[in-house]
Design a protein around this ligand. Structure first.
Ligand SMILES: *Cc1c(COP(=O)(O)O)cnc(C)c1O
Length: 403
C-alpha cells in the first residue's frame, strides 16, 4: 500500500498523527491492526509480480504488513528519512544493519560508551564472523578519525549515551565517515526525532529501539532503521526477508499510536528531568549530576544546538561516598527506599524508572571497562516520567536524606 499523504506538504506535528497507509474500505479513523500472516493474491500473475518486486502489494507476513508499514511511514516522516524498516527489537535493528552493510573483513567504529548489548553484538558476536571493530572515546572526534582504516564501512554513534549522557557531534562524525567512503549510523533512542534528527545533520542511517520512547509506556518491544529508499529496499529488506527479525503487527500498532504523543511526552518529561537535575545538583548527598541540559555538562552547548535546545528525559547522578563500597551501599539504599518510582532497567516510560548501571546494564563489563565508561558504584540513572516533579523529588529525597 502506498502513502496517502504527500509528506513534504505537512508539518511534523500533523504527520505524527496522520501519516499511515490508506484506510481500509471501512473508513476506520484509528489505524487498523491487521493480524494476518498471509495475503490473498488477486491473480497468479499479480502474485508473481509482487514476489519479483515489480508491483506493490503484500505477500507474506515476514516481508510486510499494513500496520507495520504505517509505523514505518510515520517514523520515517518524523525522522525526515525517505524510508524506514522495522524489526522485533532495537538490537535486531542493529543486527539487520550490520548484516546488510558488512561482510567478513569489514571494519566498524563505535564509541566505547555505547549501549552494553551493542558493544557485545558488534565487539564479540560479529567478530566471530570476521567483522572488525574499534571502540573510541565518545566525545573525541579526532579519535574517531584516527580509527578509520581502508576497510572501515560504518561509524555507529549513540548520542546522548546511556547512562553518562555524553554527547557527540553528529555533523563532525558524518564528515569523517563520508570523507573515507563510510556511512554514519546514529542510535537516536535517547533523544528521539522529537529532539534530534540525525539525518538533517548528515547521518545516513537512524536506528531506534521502539521499546523506549516511541512506545513511551513500557508495553512492547520494537526496533527500526530509517535511511534512504535504496538502503531500505536494496540492503535491509533482503536481510529481513531471509533472517526474519519481523516486527509483530500488534507491537507495530502500539508504537504507531505511541508516535502520536511522542513530541508532547518528550517535552513534558524533559522539563521534569531538567527540574530534577537542578534540584539534585544542589542536594548535599549528591556528588555529581550528568545531564546535557545543565550548563555544567561538558557538551552542554553542543547538546543544546543538536537536540532542539533540550537535555532529554534521562539523567544520572552520583551519591557522595568515601569509597566504592560505601558508594554502592548508598546507591542501593536510595533505590531500596523508593515507594512511588520504579527500580527498573528499562527507560522511555511515562513512569519514572531508576537503575544502578554498575550492577545491571554495565555489570558484565570488567572494572577497567566500567571506569572508562565512567560508570561508578555510586551512579544512579533516572529515566524521568510524567509524575509530578514534587513527588519524584520526595521519593528520591527519602533515601538521599537518610544516607
Ligand atoms: C534499549 C536500547 C537498545 C536496544 O533496544 P531493545 O529494544 O531493547 O532491543 C539500543 N540502544 C539503546 C540506546 C537502548 O537504550
Amino acid at each position: 500500500m502506498t502513502a496517502k499523504l504527500i509528506t513534504d506538504k505537512l508539518h511534523r506535528d500533523t504527520l505524527a498523527v496522520r501519516q499511515a497507509v490508506e484506510r481500509s474500505q471501512y473508513g476506520e479513523n484509528s489505524e487498523a491492526l491487521f493480524l494476518t500472516s498471509g495475503y490473498v493474491q488477486p491473480s497468479a500473475e499479480a502474485s508473481a509480480r509482487r514476489f519479483a518486486g515489480d508491483e506493490d502489494g503484500f505477500t507474506y507476513g515476514r516481508y510486510g504488513n499494513p500496520t507495520v508499514a504505517s509505523f514505518e511511514q510515520r517514523l520515517a516522516a518524523l525522522e525526515g528519512a525517505e524510508a524506514a524498516i522495522s524489526t522485533a527489537s532495537g538490537m535486531s535493528a542493529i543486527l539487520m544493519m550490520c548484516m546488510g552493510l558488512l561482510k567478513a573483513g569489514d571494519h566498524v567504529i563505535c564509541s566505547h560508551s555505547m549501549f552494553g548489548s551493542t558493544i557485545k553484538l558488534i565487539g564479540s558476536d560479529l567478530a566471530k564472523f570476521g567483522v572488525q571493530s574499534s571502540f573510541v572515546p565518545q566525545t573525541d572526534a579526532t579519535a574517531w578519525k584516527a580509527a578509520i582504516r581502508p576497510n572501515t564501512k560504518l561509524l555507529f554513534a549513540e548520542t546522548p549515551t546511556n547512562p553518562m549522557t555524553d554527547v557527540c557531534d553528529i555533523r563532525a562524525l558524518a564528515d569523517i565517515a563520508h570523507a573515507s567512503g563510510a556511512l554514519l549510523a546514529v542510535d537516536n533512542c535517547f533523544a528521539t526525532p522529537a529532539l534530534q534528527r540525525p539525518m538533517a545533520l548528515g547521518a545516513d542511517i537512524v536506528m531506534h529501539s521502539g521499546t523506549k520512547y516511541l512506545d513511551g509506556q513500557g508495553r512492547v518491544m520494537a526496533g527500526a532503521l530509517c535511511a534512504s529508499h535504496d538502503l531500505v529496499t536494496q540492503t535491509f529488506l533482503p536481510v529481513l526477508k531471509s533472517a526474519g527479525m519481523t516486527l509483530a503487527p500488534f507491537n507495530a500498532w502500539v508504537v504507531l499510536k505511541g508516535l502520536e504523543t511522542l513530541d508532547i511526552r518528550m517535552q513534558a518529561q524533559s522539563a521534569r528531568a531538567l527540574a530534577l537535575a537542578q534540584w539534585l545538583q544542589e542536594h548535599p548527598a549528591v556528588a555529581r549530576v550528568h545531564y546535557p541540559g545543565l550548563p555544567s555538562h561538558p557538551q552542554h552547548a553542543l547538546a543544546m544546538a543538536q537536540q532542539s535546545n533540550c537535555g532529554g528525559a534521562v539523567l544520572s547522578f552520583e551519591v557522595k561516598a568515601a569509597d566504592a563500597d560505601v558508594a554502592r551501599q548508598r546507591a542501593f539504599h536510595v533505590l531500596d527506599t523508593l515507594q512511588t518510582l520504579s527500580l527498573s532497567t528499562n527507560l522511555g516510560d511515562t513512569k519514572t524508572l531508576l537503575a544502578h548501571p554498575a550492577s545491571t546494564s554495565h555489570g558484565r563489563l570488567t572494572p577497567a571497562q566500567r571506569e572508562i565508561a565512567g560508570v561508578s558504584q555510586g551512579l544512579i540513572r533516572v529515566a524521568v516520567g510524567l509524575e509530578h516533579i514534587a513527588d519524584i523529588q520526595a521519593d528520591l529525597d527519602r533515601g538521599l536524606f537518610s544516607l
